[in-house]
Ligand binder design. Structure first.
Ligand code: MN
Length: 228
C-alpha cells in the first residue's frame, strides 16, 4: 500500500567489524537490577522481581555524540547499562534457550528525568515521560556475540568531565541477561531488533549542559556523549 506520509527512517546501530547496521524495533529497560542501585533508590534488592518499562525505538542515539538537554526537567540523570540486542525473539523463552537469541551487546545510557520520575512515583503515574523522551537512549556500536561471547562479568563504569561517578561489575546484576529475556518474553512477544537495557549500578547523578560523559563496559565497548 502507498503511505499517506513518508515512512519514518529506521534507526540503525553500527556493528563492530561489519558495514551493515542493526535495525532497532523496540527498546525495553529493566528497573533496579543492581542491589546497590536498588538501595540508593530506596528499594529492597532482595524481594523485588524484575520490572520493565520502555522507550520509543527512535529514542536510540547510535554512537552517542551531542545530546540536547531535554525540556521539562531540572534533574537529568545518567544510568550506564549493558544493552542486549536480539537477533531472534519469541514468547515464553526458557532461561536455558535465551542467550542463543542474542545478536550482541552495547554500552548504553538510560537517560532519566529524575524529577519527573519522582513526581510520577509519588502520584502513581506512568514513568513514560521520565524515561522515554527524545534522545533518551544513546548507545555504542554493537559488539556481536560472534566476537565477544556473552559477558557475565567485567567492569561497568561512567565518568563525567573526567570524574568517575559510577562503577560496578556485570556480575552484580540481580537478574542475568538470560533471566531477563525469559521474564520479558512471558509479558510480550520479543522480536529481532529488540534492545534491552539491563539496569545500572549505583552512583547515578545529575548532568548539566556542557558535560562530557564517558562510559564503558569491559570487553564490550565505550560510549561518549556531550550534553548541549
Ligand atoms: Mn535504568
Amino acid at each position: 500500500m502507498e503511505t499517506v506520509l513518508p515512512l519514518p527512517p529506521p534507526v540503525l546501530i553500527p556493528v563492530q567489524g561489519l558495514t551493515a547496521g542493526f535495525p532497532v524495533r523496540r527498546i525495553y529497560c529493566v528497573g533496579r537490577n543492581y542491589a546497590d542501585h536498588a538501595r540508593e533508590m530506596g528499594g529492597d534488592p532482595h524481594r523485588e522481581p524484575p520490572f520493565f518499562f520502555g522507550k520509543p525505538w527512535d529514542a536510540a542515539v547510535p554512537g552517542g555524540g551531542m545530546i540536547a538537554y531535554p525540556p521539562a526537567t531540572a534533574d537529568l540523570h545518567h544510568e550506564v547499562e549493558l544493552v542486549v540486542a536480539l537477533a531472534q525473539g519469541g514468547r515464553d523463552i526458557p532461561v536455558a534457550a535465551a542467550l542463543e537469541r542474542v545478536f550482541g551487546y552495547a554500552v548504553g545510557l538510560d537517560l532519566t528525568r529524575r524529577d519527573l520520575q519522582a513526581r510520577a512515583k509519588e502520584k502513581g503515574q506512568p514513568w513514560e515521560m521520565a524515561k522515554g523522551f527524545d534522545q533518551s537512549a544513546p548507545l555504542s556500536a554493537l559488539a556481536p556475540v560472534a566476537a565477544i561471547g556473552h559477558p557475565a562479568s567485567g567492569a561497568i563504569w561512567l565518568s563525567v568531565n573526567g570524574a568517575e561517578r559510577q562503577r560496578g561489575d556485570l556480575d552484580q546484576m540481580t537478574w542475568s541477561v538470560a533471566e531477563i529475556i525469559a521474564h520479558l518474553s512471558c509479558l510480550v512477544a520479543l522480536a529481532p531488533g529488540d534492545l534491552i537495557f539491563t539496569g545500572t549500578p549505583a552512583g547515578v547523578g545529575a548532568l548539566h549542559k556542557g558535560d562530557r560523559v564517558r562510559c564503558g563496559i569491559e570487553g564490550v565497548g565505550e560510549l561518549e556523549i556531550r550534553v548541549s
